[in-house]
Ligand binder design. Structure first.
Ligand SMILES: Cc1ncc(COP(=O)(O)O)c(C=O)c1O
Length: 403
C-alpha cells in the first residue's frame, strides 16, 4: 500500500475529492424485518411492559453469556447504577475504576454517594492496570469497576484475585464487550456483576437498554427490586397470583425495560454471533492494512482474549506524522469517514475537575493515549466497500502527513 507522495491538495479538507460521497458513521444499528415483526407483535399484545418478553429476553441473554441470572434495565447506565447499589456502595466508600471509559462507569459510583478512584491503564490495551488497582486500594475501597475498553476484556484474573483477597465486589462494565471471551470464559460469567448496553451502536440493540448478568441470586433479587421502585414482586406476578398487596422494601427507581424493547432484544440476540463474526472480519481487515501504514498504530489484542470489537481505536505515532490528532481527525471527517474519539479520560471532564480538583497528570498513560486516539467506523452492517473506504482514507491522509 502506498503511503507516500500524497499532495496536500488531494485531501478533501484542502478542496480535493473525498474518498466517499456520503458520511460513513462510526457506529450504526442493523434492524431487519424479523425485528420489526417481533416489535409489532408486542404492540398488538396485552403486555407492553413487565410482560412475558422481559423474562424471555433475560433467560436467553443469561444462557448466551453463561450467567445464572440476567436482569434487564432501561439503559446500560441504569444497569450500572443498579449494580453499584447491589454492591452496597454508599457514602464513605470508594470504588476503583478506569479513566478510559464513558463517564457513566464512574458516575454510577457518585449516584450512590461513593467516591470513584481512577487507576491508570495498561499501555497496550488501555484497560485498567491491575498493579495500579492494587496501589489505589484503601481501607474505604469496596468495589472495582474494570471496563472492557473497545470490547477487549480487562485482565480479570488478577483483578478477581485482588478483589477476592480483600472481599471487594467486581462490577465489570462490559458495555463494549457482549460476546467477548477472556481465555475460554464468556464476558458475563466472570465478575460478580457484568453490565451490558443495548444502545444502537452496540453489538445488539433494543433502542435504549441494558442488562446485568450475575451468578449471585442475592444480587439478582436486589437488582430486580431496584429497577422496580424497590418493590418485591412485579405486576405480572401479582396478577397471576391474584394479589393486590405489594411491599416496597428498598428505595428503587423505574428502570424497567419494556416488552417492546425486550422483543427486539430477543430477535437481535439471535444475530449476535453473526454480528460478532462480521466485526471480527472488519477488525482483521483493518489491522492487516493499517499495520503497513507508517504513523498508524492499530489496537492490540492480547493472545488469551477474543475481543468483541465494539470500537476500533487506532493511535497516531506523533513522531512519524507532521499533523496532530485534531488535524487528522478533521481530515478524515472531510473524507466522509465518521471518526470519533474514545475517550476523554473521565477525570478530565469539567464536572470531575471542578468537584474533585483533578488537574491532569493523575493517569499519565490514559492521558497520553487520549491525545493520539481516533476511533474508526466499526459496526456489523459495514460493507466491504465501507471498510475499503476507511483504509483508503487513512492511507491517503497518513501519506500526506508522513514526516
Ligand atoms: C463503557 C460504557 N459504559 C456505560 C455506557 C452507558 O450505556 P447506555 O448508553 O446504555 O446507558 C456506555 C455507553 O455507551 C459505555 O460505552
Amino acid at each position: 500500500m502506498s503511503t507516500t507522495s500524497v499532495s496536500p491538495q488531494a485531501l478533501a479538507i484542502n478542496g480535493g475529492s473525498p474518498v466517499r460521497e456520503t458520511l460513513l458513521p462510526y457506529g450504526h444499528q442493523s434492524v431487519d424485518e424479523a425485528d420489526i415483526r417481533a416489535v409489532v407483535e408486542v404492540l398488538r399484545s396485552d403486555w407492553l411492559t413487565t410482560g412475558p418478553k422481559v423474562a424471555e429476553f433475560e433467560e436467553a441473554f443469561a444462557a448466551r453469556v453463561g450467567a445464572a441470572h440476567a436482569v434487564s434495565f432501561s439503559s446500560g447506565t441504569a444497569a450500572l447504577h443498579a449494580a453499584a447499589f447491589a454492591a452496597g456502595l454508599g457514602a464513605g466508600d470508594e470504588a476503583i475504576t478506569t479513566p478510559m471509559t464513558f463517564a457513566a462507569t464512574a458516575n454510577c459510583v457518585l449516584y450512590q454517594g461513593a467516591m470513584p478512584v481512577f487507576a491508570d491503564v495498561c499501555p497496550d490495551t488501555l484497560n485498567i492496570d491491575p498493579e495500579q488497582i492494587a496501589k489505589n486500594i484503601s481501607s474505604k475501597t469496596r468495589a472495582i469497576l474494570p471496563v472492557a475498553y473497545a470490547g477487549h476484556p480487562a485482565d480479570l484474573d488478577p483483578i478477581m484475585k485482588i478483589a477476592g483477597e480483600r472481599e471487594l465486589i467486581v462490577i465489570e462494565d462490559a458495555c463494549h464487550a457482549l460476546g467477548a471471551k477472556y481465555g475460554e470464559r464468556s464476558t458475563g460469567s466472570i465478575a460478580d456483576m457484568t453490565v451490558f448496553s443495548f444502545h444502537p451502536v452496540k453489538h445488539i440493540t433494543t433502542g435504549e437498554g441494558g442488562m446485568v448478568a450475575t451468578n449471585n441470586a442475592q444480587f439478582a433479587e436486589t437488582l430486580r427490586r431496584f429497577r422496580n421502585h424497590g418493590i418485591s414482586s412485579d405486576a405480572r406476578h401479582r396478577q397471576s397470583a391474584g394479589q393486590w398487596h405489594y411491599e416496597m422494601v428498598l428505595l428503587g427507581f423505574n428502570y424497567r425495560l419494556p416488552d417492546i424493547a425486550c422483543a427486539l432484544g430477543v430477535e437481535q440476540l439471535k444475530k449476535l454471533d453473526a454480528n460478532l463474526a462480521r466485526r471480527r472480519e472488519i477488525a482483521a481487515r483493518y489491522t492487516a492494512a493499517l499495520r503497513e501504514i507508517p504513523g498508524i498504530i492499530p489496537p492490540v489484542t492480547r493472545p488469551d482474549v477474543t475481543p468483541a470489537w465494539h470500537l476500533y481505536p487506532i493511535r497516531l505515532d506523533a513522531a512519524k506524522l507532521t499533523a496532530d490528532r485534531a488535524q487528522i481527525f478533521r481530515a478524515l471527517r472531510a473524507e466522509n469517514i465518521g471518526v470519533n474519539v474514545h475517550y476523554i479520560p473521565v477525570h478530565l471532564h469539567p464536572y470531575y475537575q471542578e468537584r474533585f480538583n483533578y488537574r491532569g497528570g493523575e493517569c499519565p498513560v490514559a492521558e497520553d493515549a487520549y491525545q493520539r486516539l481516533i476511533s474508526l467506523p466499526m459496526f456489523h452492517g459495514m460493507t466491504d466497500q465501507d471498510v475499503s473506504d476507511v483504509i483508503r482514507a487513512v492511507s491517503k491522509i497518513a501519506g500526506c502527513y508522513i514526516r
